[in-house]
Design a protein around this ligand. Structure first.
Ligand code: ADP
Ligand code: DP6
Ligand code: CO
Length: 356
């Protein structure tokens, strides 16, 4: 048998400190560090199979059942080429291993949630692609090493190689060797941290993350303030908040960073609007919930965050989640009734690492 095959799944991650801007568009080197929570794989995941065989004429990829073009020099081609290089090195060091690095690969991937709708499909998608090839090739690479390659598929993908709380350190080198993901804390560290996904719209976004952030880099003055003065401080404060399990600080930074990211999108010329009226109404609901809680002597209960799309992710502790779900159902009955409940609101705990 000369066909080799591996199948893996990778989870999405939702950033609390957002990546938005590249200093190098080819290598995908960011203008700021970022930090996210990887969700568990029970609901939102990419499942990817990779095969290689001497009979395959060219590399090919199917996404959700449709063949996707692998453009020479494009992101898919870069990831596949880099993984083949790692396999070649492995074969050189282990002469008894089969020489498969020269074979073409066929990859099939499915997302079990809306693709390109602001729910981080590029993150789980490229993490699953890289991890599927690493498994196929039996590579001993660490998650951080693989994150260097996943990063070149989609920046946010580098963070999905780890479970739990994950930082993507922007690095300073021009070659990108120090721009990779590291785990801040495993999911078990803060196991009552949950995320509620409210699918406001599953439509494909009008402006892709890639083109949107490039336009922001070219036109927004506010972005310069954000990357120099705001994010470095927030990265430090957020890592401490996670290690201390300090929900008030975690929630405050998460909401403020989401707001600043969308402000920077608005400061782009022409402006980009990712949130809609429903997104803003969910912000108001969470704000009110937190205000009442603080007024009664408690702390913050929930933190909203929005990626490049209108869909809300609400981080909260397990003890408060029931109240939050009831509130969303009460104030957004349409959101709750237009699709089966399970497809609209998904409850997560922070997840395991890719492949588990
Ligand atoms: P999102 O908010 O969903 O991450 P992006 O605009 O960042 O949206 O990226 C969407 C693109 O990511 C898709 O058009 C596709 O090229 C790529 N992508 C999504 N899922 C996968 C997957 N499972 N495997 C490979 N590439 C994927
Ligand atoms: C708003 O990683 O999708 O979700 O690197 O061009 O593929 P590319 O962009 P992508 O951007 C994600 C932007 C974000 C914030 C985040 O995930 O940090
Ligand atoms: Co994306």
């Amino acid at each position: 048998m000369s066909t080799y095959q591996a199948t893996v799944s990778a989870p999405v991650n939702i950033a609390c400190i957002k990546y938005w801007g590249k200093r190098d568009t080819k290598l995908i080197l960011p203008t700021n560090s970022s930090l996210s929570v990887t969700l568990d794989q029970d609901h939102l995941r990419s499942t990817t199979s990779a095969r290689c065989d001497p009979g395959f004429e060219k590399d090919a990829l199917w996404l959700n059942g449709k063949e996707d073009e692998i453009k020479p020099g494009g992101r898919l081609a870069t990831c596949i080429t880099e993984m083949k290089k790692l396999r070649k090195e492995y074969e050189d060091q282990n002469p008894n291993e089969p020489k498969i690095s020269g074979y073409s690969v066929r990859i099939a991937s499915e997302n079990n949630f809306p693709t390109a709708a602001g729910l981080a499909s590029s993150a789980s998608g490229f993490a699953a692609l890289v991890y599927a090839l690493a498994t196929l090739y039996k590579l001993p690479s660490s998650p951080s090493q693989l994150s260097l390659i996943a990063r070149q598929g989609s920046g946010s993908a580098c963070r999905s190689l780890f479970g739990g709380f994950v930082a993507w350190e922007m690095g300073t080198s021009v070659t990108g060797t120090d721009s990779f993901a590291v785990q801040v804390a495993p999911a078990e560290h803060w196991s009552d941290m949950h995320a509620l996904i409210c699918v406001v719209s599953d439509a494909k976004k009008g402006t892709s993350s890639t083109s949107g952030m490039q336009r922001t880099v070219e036109t927004s003055e506010l972005l310069q303030w954000r990357i120099k003065e705001v994010v470095p401080k927030r990265m430090k404060e957020m890592q401490k908040a996670i290690l201390d399990k300090d929900f008030d600080t975690f929630a405050t930074i998460t909401m403020r960073d989401s707001n600043q990211f969308h402000a920077v999108a608005l400061d782009t010329d022409p402006p980009i609007f990712y949130m809609n009226d429903t997104s803003r109404a969910i912000v108001a609901m969470v704000t009110e919930l937190n205000r009442v809680s603080v007024e009664n002597g408690g702390g913050l209960k929930a933190a909203y965050t929005y990626d490049a799309g209108p869909n809300a992710v609400i981080y909260a502790r397990e003890k408060d989640m029931k109240e939050i779900v009831n509130m969303v159902c009460h104030y957004f009955p349409l959101l709750a009734s237009t699709q089966p409940y399970e497809d609209r609101f998904k409850l997560f705990s922070a997840g395991e690492k890719v492949g588990e």
